[in-house]
Ligand binder design. Structure first.
Ligand code: PRT
Ligand code: ZN
Length: 293
């Protein structure tokens, strides 16, 4: 059977989350060490384990049908590709690997806004993204390309500022750098070329249905509580994105009911406090594993 080829980062920050997501989509695979192509037992998808930087090109050249990469890697490809056939598009944003591409400066740099970058040298491995940002901001700076360890460039006198991915900010702090401008936010994305054969398109649609179910469930919560029947209307207005509640009788009482609802987003303590204020008791908030409409 012809299988979809899905490229994943072999080893790096996105690998574990990518594999965990696929498992949640019901894909079953076994990983003998060192194996680069891994078929799934019960779904027509073969996983290809490669370096993340190669993934947009593999997808663009149709060596693979889909890939999971950071938005930053996708964006660098999008800004540099010069062959129409190599274009890839984002099918889904998938939420893990969140970070931002930011400009940072040493503490001693006198910052008066983006204009301070005029005629300065900025080190980065995200050359195309930075050049686009500078152009859009009408800043004239030189871009110094580095393949890694960008944060050491100012200390070594190679650059006046850097443009790099930031998540906790610890790397910047430990190198005496301060974040001053954000180029964009990044998260893992599912990319594809977008012109599959009808057979592969059928497999892709089936996969996307499962993925959407997992992504939707991930952000949703199932809420259960008991309350007075008259409080149902107030309770169902408390949290944004709440579905119509299911209301069920409770044994041994006529005025109290069990209420079950799905919230389309995380449920915070403030929401529970409001529910309690409307007389709800025995409130339970549960994660949802899968959802399909
Ligand atoms: O070997 P391969 O080429 O496949 O992997 P890689 O080394 O190029 O990529 P990898 O695994 O480092 O990152 C893969 C993807 O993870 C990136 O493309 C981003 O989309 C995403 N991601 C999320 C990050 C970070 N967070 C991140 N913090 N990628 C890199 N970093 C680095 C950053 O460059 C800096 O050195 O972590 C440091 C900063 O982290 P904090 O927490 O100190 O701010
Ligand atoms: Zn890489």
């Amino acid at each position: 059977m012809t299988a979809l080829k899905l490229a994943l980062q072999k080893s790096g920050r996105l690998s574990d989350d990518s594999l965990a997501l696929l498992k949640r989509c019901g894909l079953n695979f076994d990983f003998p060490k060192g194996r680069l192509i891994v078929p799934c037992d019960d779904f027509p998808i073969d996983l290809l384990m490669v370096r993340d930087d190669d993934i947009p090109n593999y997808v663009g050249n149709a060596a693979c049908d889909m890939g999971i990469v950071g938005y930053d890697v996708f964006r660098e490809h999008e800004l540099t590709v010069n062959n129409d056939r190599n274009i890839v598009k984002i099918l889904r944003r998938i939420g893990f690997g969140r970070c931002r591409l930011s400009i940072a400066i040493p503490e001693k740099f006198e910052w008066q806004g983006l204009e301070s970058l005029n005629n300065k040298r900025i080190a980065t491995s995200h050359v195309a993204s930075l050049k686009r940002f500078l152009k859009e901001s009408s800043i004239n700076a030189s871009v110094i390309e580095m393949s890694g360890a960008v944060e050491i460039a100012p200390g070594m006198g190679l650059a006046d500022a850097i443009c790099d991915l930031v998540s906790s900010g610890a790397t910047l702090r430990s190198n005496g750098l301060r974040e001053v401008a954000k180029v964009y936010e990044s998260e893992a994305v599912l990319i594809a070329q977008g012109n599959e054969s009808p057979l592969l398109q059928t497999h892709l649609d089936r996969f996307l249905l499962r993925l959407d179910g997992v992504l939707k469930a991930q952000g949703s919560r199932y809420i259960m509580m008991n309350a007075k029947r008259q409080a149902v209307a107030d309770i169902s207005r408390v949290a944004p994105g709440l579905s119509e509640p299911t209301v069920m009788p409770l044994a041994g009482t006529t005025d109290r009911v069990a209420i079950h609802m799905v919230a389309a987003e995380n449920v915070f303590w403030e929401t529970l406090e409001k529910l309690k204020a409307f007389g709800a008791t025995d409130i339970l908030v549960l994660p949802i594993e899968k959802m399909m409409e």
